[in-house]
Structure formats: C-alpha cells, structure tokens
Design a binder for this molecule. Structure first.
Ligand code: HAM
Length: 423
C-alpha cells in the first residue's frame, strides 16, 4: 500500500523550508519594529466561534470548514482563519483590561479551508496575520496596511497593488443594503443560486460574485461610497490621508467587499500585478471589524487586522523572479581517513558545534574522495582533513574551498582557529 498527501496540502521540503524560515523571521522582525506581539491560539476551536465570528452567510462557514465531533460529542472546527480565535482569546483573557492599548498581536500558523484546490489555493495554508484591538484611530488602519506592505517590499516585491474601500458603519451599511436590494431584486432570478440566497441575507456579497460579475446590474449597482454617512466618510478620508503621509500608493475600489462578515469601515486587499501570477491575485486581505469583540462576548472594542498566506507570498516572489538571500552551506566538513582519525573526527565535529559552527562529517564509511565530494555538495566553506599522518603529528589540514588555500593547524588550536576564520 502506498500513501499520498491529502489533496490541497503540501510537504515543505528542506530547500523550500529555508525560504519559509527566512520569511517567518523577517515577518517577526517587522512585528518587533511595529510593536506587535505574538499570540498562539489552538488549531481547532468550538465550531460556534466561527459561525458567530466569521458569519454564517459566508462561503467559509457554509462550504469550507473542516468540522468534526470529538469523542465527547463537541463540535470542533479546524480554524479557517485567525481573527475569530484571536478575538476569542482577547475576550477570554480580558486583554481589554491591559494597561497598554491598543493590544497589538500577530500570529503565524496553518489554517484550513475545504476549497477547490488550484494554484495559490490550498486546503491547508499558512497565514501570517496581525490584529490591533482597542483603537478607533484611523492612523492605526494606516499602520496595519503599512505593515502588510512593508513585508512585501522588504522581500523586494514591486508589482503590488493596494486596493482600499470603506464599508461604512452600521447606519451606512443599512442604507446601502436597502439600495442594493432595491437594485437587484426585480432581476435576481437572472443571477446564480448563491446571489439569490444572498439578496436578503447579505446583498453586499452579490458584488463579490465571480459567476455573475459581468451582469449589467453589477456595473450599475449602488456604490457604498455614496451611502457613507458623515462620520464614516471622514474616517475613510483620514485613513487615506495617513496612507499618503506614509507614501503608500493605493486605489479606492467601492466594489471591494471581502468574503467575511465581520468587516466595517476600512477594507483592503493587496494584489500581485506580476505577469504570470495566475488567476488568484490577492496576496493579503484585511480590514476593520468594530462589532466583532462584542459579538464574541466582550465589551465594545474596535479592531483591525489583516492576514496573508506565505504560499501566495512565495508565488509572488517567484513571479517576480526574486531569490531570497539564504545561506545554504555549512561552515566546516571534517574529512577523516583511518579508524583512529574517524574517532577523533566525532569529537572535533562535536566541539565545533559547541562553538556555534555548522559542522558535518561522514557517516557512510566513504573514501576520502567521496567525503570531499560530499563536502562540496553541502557547500562547506572549509574542509578539515585528518589522516593518520596528521593525527600522529597532532595537526589537521584546513582548506578554504573557495580559494583552495590550505593551512596546517595544530589539533589543540583547531577549534579556536575555525572560530577566528569563520568570524
Ligand atoms: P481572507 O481574505 O479570508 O481573510 O484571507 C487572507 C489571506 O489568506 C488571503 O489574502 C490569502 O493570501 C490567504 N488565503 C486565503 N485562503 C487561502 C487558501 N485557500 N490558500 C492559500 N492562501 C489563502 C482572513 O482570513 C481574515 N482573517 C483577515 C483579517 C485579519 N481581517 C482582519 N484581520
């Protein structure tokens, strides 16, 4: 019997993993600079959390959740996204009482959605996301967007498009919602089943329909921007002003609605405009969710955040032919010749490692030539050769692979010598 990986998932093999680590470290470093702290929540949560948090009219909840019953009969769900869980933890741990507000959090980890797999769309994917809870200042919206852009820019991506919109507050949304129902209802039978179901539940989502996107009523649909009340409009203008202050270019797209229910006011997405990037161009999505903390049982608290997947980020890097500066070689390969030298090599490699040096030796009983080849394959900066003669003389031959320069070093000073030359 042979086994295959489940559909929509992938193994990240060592060469790829080095890229992942590079990106993860860079994201953590940017979070340090922006003062976001890490939070780790469970991979699964009570199903009810996502029904409430993400919203039961969303595709995620209706079609995409990995939901199961545990042995105690509880309904649990593998998290399809991070925001609901972070907000759950924020409420449960009473972070609204922390002296430092807003509470600025980030997370990184696997999310699960039962979607139709295709390029850039997985059933298990890794999101990096941030959530800033407790501030109603449009400057924090701009900060969150700036952090997302910073991640892509730091990695060298250039072909990016930032699209923003405002979904307004409850009052604005209500007015727009009625306008949408009035606009679509007399011809809703010309739309797909999903749109028909959404007309009264969540008409804004009709604007996001892929199947009916070319229907003439889509083009003439009322724009949310015409329904923003004074407060919402001012808020949106300030977000734009701050983005300009930060030198971040953006486009306003009143059709940007996002696929999750919790958003209001600012919504944004970052797309790749690189040629050949594929059909799914969204790299990152986020927005403000001022009612969510209350929905999940906490006090009224505003929030904003975003999430991006590392998978799509890697695809964007590939589309722009950007290679990451990953050092792939080891520092020193110890080549041993003869039984005694082999025994000594075990101790030498251990001592090198104790000093923080990446060291390797042979475990396949190879001849010297094959050991040298192995060192080459591992891109060793140095090779140290220990034969019987050297052992007798108490020395070891250290060769710098790039220059071919060789030096005989006393075994007593070998470790400190390597430390010096590798500095
Ligand atoms: P989302 O738009 O559902 O938002 O997902 C955010 C990002 O996750 C997408 O832009 C994409 O990069 C990535 N993503 C989503 N689904 C997949 C998939 N099947 N395969 C690969 N990548 C995927 C959220 O999840 C919100 N929680 C974002 C947020 C945080 N809003 C406020 N705070």
């Amino acid at each position: 019997m042979s086994f295959q990986i489940p559909r929509g998932t992938q193994d990240i093999l060592p060469e790829q993993a080095a890229k992942w680590q590079y990106i993860e470290q860079m994201a953590r470093e940017l979070c340090r600079r922006y003062n976001y702290q890490e939070i780790r929540t469970p991979i699964f949560e009570h199903t009810e959390l996502f029904l409430r948090g993400v919203g039961d009219t969303t595709d995620i909840v209706q079609k995409e959740m990995y939901t199961f019953e545990d042995r105690g009969g509880r309904s649990l769900t593998l998290r399809p996204e991070g925001t609901a869980a972070v907000v759950r933890s924020f409420v449960e741990n009473k972070m609204y009482g922390y002296p430092n507000q807003p509470v600025k959090l980030y997370y990184m980890g696997p999310m699960f959605r039962y979607e139709r797999p295709q390029a850039g769309r997985f059933r298990q994917f890794v999101q990096f996301g941030v959530e800033a809870l407790g501030s109603n200042d449009p400057a924090i919206d701009a900060e969150v967007i700036a952090l997302a852009m910073d991640i892509y820019r730091t990695l060298g991506l250039k072909k990016l498009k930032l699209v923003i919109n405002s979904l307004g507050d409850i009052e604005s949304r209500k007015a727009h919602r009625q306008a949408l129902i009035d606009h679509f209802q007399h011809r809703i039978h010309e739309f797909c089943d999903d749109c028909q179901a959404r007309l009264h539940k969540n008409p804004m989502r009709i604007l996001d329909c892929k199947k009916d996107r070319d229907h003439e009523l889509m083009r003439t649909a009322p724009s949310i921007l015409d329904y923003l009340n004074e407060q919402s409009r001012t808020y949106f203008e300030k977000v734009q002003m701050y983005l300009q202050k930060l030198g971040i270019a953006f486009e306003v797209d009143p059709r940007l609605v996002r696929g999750l229910d919790y958003y209001n006011h600012t919504a944004f997405e970052i797309m790749s405009e690189a040629e050949g990037f594929g059909a799914i161009t969204t790299l990152c999505g986020g927005g403000r969710y001022n009612g969510l903390v209350q929905e999940i049982g906490g006090p009224e608290t505003p929030g904003i955040g975003f999430a991006l997947s590392i998978e799509r980020l890697l695809a964007a890097l590939e589309a722009e032919s950007i290679s990451l500066p990953i050092s792939e070689g080891i520092d020193c390969y110890v080549v041993a010749l003869g039984e005694q030298a082999k025994e000594e090599a075990v101790a030498l490699v251990a001592a090198l490692r104790q000093e923080g040096i990446a060291a390797e030796k042979d475990y396949q009983d190879r001849k010297v030539k094959a050991q040298l080849k192995a060192a080459d394959r591992l891109h060793a900066t140095y090779v140290a050769i220990l034969g019987e003669d050297e052992l007798e003389k108490g020395v070891i031959n250290v060769k710098h692979m790039a220059t071919g320069e060789q030096q005989e070093v006393s075994l007593h000073t070998f470790i400190s010598h390597m430390k010096n030359v590798l500095q």
